[in-house]
Design a binder for this molecule. Structure first.
Ligand code: 1GP
Length: 245
């Protein structure tokens, strides 16, 4: 079964949780330890990526360590075309649709497409929409940030992604954002599109995870919180709130 089909099947049964691990933030061994903990808490897949500092070496080592330790689907979440890995199960083949930089919209994708085909990595098409505050990814990606009150703007981009044939839409507030994507925006996008909606950025409390799920997120991504949380029961609570279990 493809990773895409696996994700779609899981989403049929309710909101799923993706753990985002940045290979630049810790050793591969430590990343694998985090992945084991989140798997026990109920995470459905691991995304590996970061806006800066991802190298061929730390990507390969982290992907392999996580895969060996957990067996969970490992999906590369690239910040650019500088590295690819044969140790991931799939790659989010994504376009930052509200970037002012054509390279983020289609240039990097054109650069990487043949290499991804030759590597045999499964591409999963995804429209990536950056919402205020946007953080590092908004800056690096030269995003024309969606204002937090611009529900129609977010919904319009998301529907355009669906009409372009993309498989997923990702509403991103930016890693480490002080506020996550507003639940009203999640709800407005969810009611506009029929493809699955991924939401992430700044989600680090059970309340925020639950609000995103109740607003209609099909997949909730947490990154920074997992890297920093040393309290196992809180980690469980956030992941379980994301999934509603
Ligand atoms: C970043 O949305 C993800 O792409 C995760 O954000 O690190 O704030 O959880 P956090």
């Amino acid at each position: 079964m493809t990773v895409k089909q696996y994700l779609l099947d899981m989403i049929e049964n309710g909101t799923v949780h993706f753990a985002l691990i940045d290979p630049d933030k810790q050793t591969a061994e430590k990343a694998a330890e985090i992945a084991v903990k989140v798997k026990e808490a109920g995470t459905d897949a691991v995304m590996i990526g970061g806006s800066t500092g991802v190298t061929q070496e730390n990507l390969d080592a982290t992907a392999k360590a996580i895969k060996d330790a957990t067996g969970l689907p490992v999906i590369y979440f690239p910040g650019g075309p500088n590295a690819l890995s044969r140790h991931v199960d799939a790659i989010f083949f994504m376009s930052m649709v509200n970037s002012k930089d054509l390279n983020m919209v289609i240039g990097a994708q054109k650069y990487a497409a043949l290499a991804i085909r030759d590597l045999g990595t499964e591409p999963i098409s995804m429209g990536y929409i950056i919402v205020e505050p946007g953080m590092k990814v908004g800056e690096v990606g030269k995003a024309d940030l969606i204002r937090r009150d611009d529900l129609e703007g977010a919904a319009s981009y998301a529907l355009a992604c669906e009409y372009l044939g993309m498989s997923f839409v990702y509403l991103e507030a930016g890693s480490g954002a002080d506020v996550p994507v507003p639940p009203e925006m999640i709800a407005a996008v969810k009611e506009t599109i029929s493809i699955p909606l991924i939401v992430g950025g700044g989600i680090r409390t059970p309340e925020a995870a639950e609000a995103a799920r109740l607003a209609g997120a099909d997949a909730i991504v947490t990154g920074t919180f997992l890297e920093r949380c040393s309290d196992g029961s809180r980690l469980n609570t956030v992941i379980r709130s994301a999934k509603g279990i």
